[in-house]
Design a protein around this ligand. Structure first.
Ligand code: BGC
Length: 745
């Protein structure tokens, strides 16, 4: 998918000296030393430090995961550099997914910011913090397009859209890697999981995937291609299987697409024990066959598994693989080590190149603020006015849950650093109004309703109820899928009890996935969806609640009305029988004597229609935003030219707002059917009350390209619709024609 990409960082190992060094090293390595470079061992597993150090000294380990104590890293790097025969340093890997010590919102929340620059800065901070602990490689970003909210790993994704996923993926890659991988504070990124893991059937983790070629080319592969073009140093193969071939053995994709077509020459690592799991998949009969399949497919390093160490020698002896293949794999690993400058520094902590802790926390707070999506704001209940309040009842299991607000994949963040919504509200209140707190439920799964009366009484005695609900961190992330995506436990009962008081109710939802909020919506006046916002959830939310900042987050993923609507995403196909508002008749409206075809034959659910609860791109502001009609500089677009698309955006409200104007296109007729809309650009526009701005985008043929029936990436001549609007469902399009050359009229 077309994207304007920043230049790739210069790969240090591209210089002829470096290449010579790598070639020389490989020529001097024993087979055991080579195999050592192709293994990544887990430092957290049973092996003791002395045992690991011994293995490192013998040259049997090239890479370690889960080692984050700087002193320990220093000792191991010293063993590798000074005591091993060839002095080859170690790759030290860690899952730095949304922060190291400073925890930013989960990636899905970061995507809701629609602000790749800020996400790049956050990744830079994560890299600095991780590098200071001796880490030089992170397994991030996760570029799996995710369209199923049941899948726990949707939390780690950038949502349902390939364009947004690619943009945020590139932002993270360039943030981690900086201008130069060898600069202090740069760490190697890893684009994962190649490819299609997000399509796990039924949203059940590790499940099989079925992805038609058209979708693979146009939805799942493009974010990886963008990350590779941006210089991602490594790629990880997925656990999943696709059309009967597990990703880790998929030669057509790993070699054919990633290496040969895209020219990726970085390190390809398997996911955790995924080579041995080829046996469990039923694709290979033995570890040895599995190792052979992975080598043939192009996997360089086995992450925490026995197959390479146990089988490569025998495979060579039997002539099933050649030494040249092993040498190639080793060369890529050594080239990465060179690129990272590991042969040069003595393992000292990188000098902090940017920013103090305070700067980091300011970015953390800003990204958390920008990730929150305002879903409902009845009668402009928000922002709250400090001087109008005498008391506020703060309820719910997530109001003061320092670890839960951090979300999934937090190994190095400290819950003790967290500032919770309750703490932040108490700071804001500072004696001016009272904050009365009752968690009511011990955690999000708690079903004990014995304190609901107390909750009601507390709300009755207060001006307003603020209820913090959602999912504990453990309910999303790897292997944490859910079949129901509602508020677990007695949280809905809590909201109902609070609603009965007749007091205004504001809910803040902290969660790792979109939730089905259909039944919750009528119970609240205001609703902020905060994902898991990270260390500074509390101050960020307080800023928004009291209008010190205006909500600007937008949904990077469609919110379904119910689980039954899944999969649901905005960039769907029209079908031959698309529903319209007149053709949709819901179950309670159907007359008793209705006949088979009495309300048409279109694609919708009798009980949940066809529209989502909240569309992709949706998010309210504290302003009142209106879009003018879409204007085109021409209704013809020549392939070698560009077209300007403009719309006015006005804030008719009384509060300043940051509106995210979104550009969508639709290719009306294609050699393959095209989605009813595709995001092709967006801009965050600051608008004061009463202010109007013109928002313009340039469109070229490049923006209209897709992988066609011929298998080529190109734009096809014909008619296109184009929208500029606040989300993926609203607005009226303008139409233009793409043609190869202006025809004389
Ligand atoms: C996950 C990867 C992760 C790896 C290392 C696996 O279970 O699928 O995303 O990077 O573990 O922790």
């Amino acid at each position: 998918m077309p994207l304007d990409l920043p230049p790739a960082p210069v790969r240090q190992a591209d210089s002829s000296d470096d290449l010579a060094l790598v070639t020389d090293l490989v020529s001097r390595m024993t087979l055991a030393e080579k195999i050592g470079q192709l293994r990544q061992i887990d430092a957290a597993a049973a092996a003791t430090e002395p045992a690991i150090i011994e293995a490192v000294r013998r040259g049997e380990v090239g890479s370690i995961i889960n080692l984050v104590d700087f002193e320990q890293v220093r000792r191991m790097q010293a063993a590798a550099r000074q005591d091993s025969r060839l002095g080859i340093p170690l790759l030290v890997a860690r899952d730095v997914i949304h922060g190291f010590r400073t925890i930013f919102p989960i990636p899905l929340g970061q995507a809701a910011s629609w602000n790749p620059d800020l996400v790049r800065t956050a990744a830079r901070i994560s890299a600095l913090e991780a590098a200071a602990a001796g880490v030089n490689w992170t397994f991030s970003p996760m570029l799996d397009v995710s369209r199923d909210a049941r899948w726990g790993r949707i939390a780690e994704s950038f949502g349902e859209d390939p364009y947004l996923t690619a943009l945020f993926g590139v932002a993270m890659v360039t943030g981690y890697q900086g201008d130069r991988l060898s600069a202090p504070g740069s760490i190697a990124a890893c684009a994962k999981h190649f490819v299609g893991y997000g399509a796990s059937e039924g949203g059940r983790d590790y499940n099989t995937t079925n992805i038609p070629t058209n979708e693979l080319n146009n939805v799942y592969l493009p974010p990886f291609q963008a990350a590779v073009a941006a210089g991602a140093a490594s790629v990880m193969s997925s656990f999943s299987d696709l059309d009967g071939v597990p990703a880790t053995a998929n030669k057509a994709l790993l070699r054919g697409v990633l290496r040969d077509k895209w020219g990726f020459d970085g390190v390809l690592i398997s996911d955790w024990n995924a080579i041995q799991e080829l046996v469990v998949h039923g694709y290979s009969g033995t570890d040895r066959e599995a190792a052979l399949a992975a080598v043939q497919a192009g996997v360089d390093i086995e992450m925490n598994g026995p197959a390479y160490a146990g089988s490569l020698e025998a495979l060579l002896d039997d002539g099933l693989i050649e030494m040249a293949q092993i040498d190639d794999m080793v060369r890529r690993v050594l080239a990465l080590k060179l690129s990272l400058g590991l042969f040069e520094d003595g393992g000292d902590p990188p000098s902090p190149e940017v920013g103090s802790g305070a700067d980091r926390l300011e970015v953390c707070r800003e990204l958390a603020r920008q990730s929150v999506v305002l879903l409902k704001n009845e009668h402009q209940i928000l922002p709250l006015r400090r001087d109008n309040l005498t008391s506020i009842a703060v309820l719910g299991p997530l109001a003061d849950a320092p670890a839960e607000q951090l979300g999934t994949w937090v190994f190095d963040g400290e819950p003790a650093d967290s500032v919770t919504p309750l703490q932040a509200l108490r700071d804001v209140a500072a004696g001016r109004f009272e904050v009365r707190f009752l968690p009511v439920l011990a955690n999000s799964r708690d079903r004990d309703t014995s304190r609901l009366d107390e909750a009601r009484a507390l709300v009755m005695a207060s001006d307003i109820a603020l209820v913090c609900l959602g999912e504990d961190a453990i309910l999303s992330g790897e292997a944490h899928s859910r079949a129901r995506i509602d508020l677990p436990g007695a949280q809905r009962a809590l909201l109902e009890a609070v609603r009965e008081t007749g007091k205004p109710v504001i809910a803040i939802i902290l969660a790792g996935r979109p939730l089905a909020l259909t039944e919750i919506l009528p119970l609240v006046d205001g609703l902020l969806f905060a994902w898991h916002p990270g260390t500074l959830a509390g101050p960020a939310l307080a800023d928004l609640l009291f209008g010190d900042a205006s909500p600007s987050g937008r949904l990077p993923v469609t919110f379904p009305r119910s689980v039954g609507q899944i999969p649901i995403h905005y960039n769907r196909k029209n079908t031959g029988r698309p529903p319209t508002p007149d053709t949709v008749l819901l179950i309670d409206e159907i007359p008793a004597d209705a006949r088979q075809t009495s309300f048409g034959m279109t694609a919708f659910y009798l009980d949940d229609g066809h529209t989502p609860l909240f569309p992709f791109g949706f998010g309210l502001t504290y302003g009142e935003i209106a879009y003018g009609p879409v204007a085109l500089s021409s209704d013809l677009l020549d392939r070698s030219a560009s077209l300007t698309v403009t719309a006015s955006v006005t804030n008719h409200g009384h509060h300043a707002a940051t509106e995210t104007a979104q550009l969508y296109v639709r290719d009306l007729v294609g050699s393959l059917t095209r989605p009813i809309r595709d995001l092709r650009g967006f801009r965050r526009v600051m608008l004061q009350p009463g202010e109007t701005r013109q928002v313009s985008f340039q469109i070229t043929a490049h923006d209209l390209a897709f992988h066609t029936a011929e298998g080529r990436l190109e734009a096809e001549d014909g008619l296109f619709d184009v929208w500029i609007g606040p989300d993926a469902e609203s607005g009226t399009p303008a139409r233009f024609r793409l043609q190869s050359r202006h025809r004389p009229t």
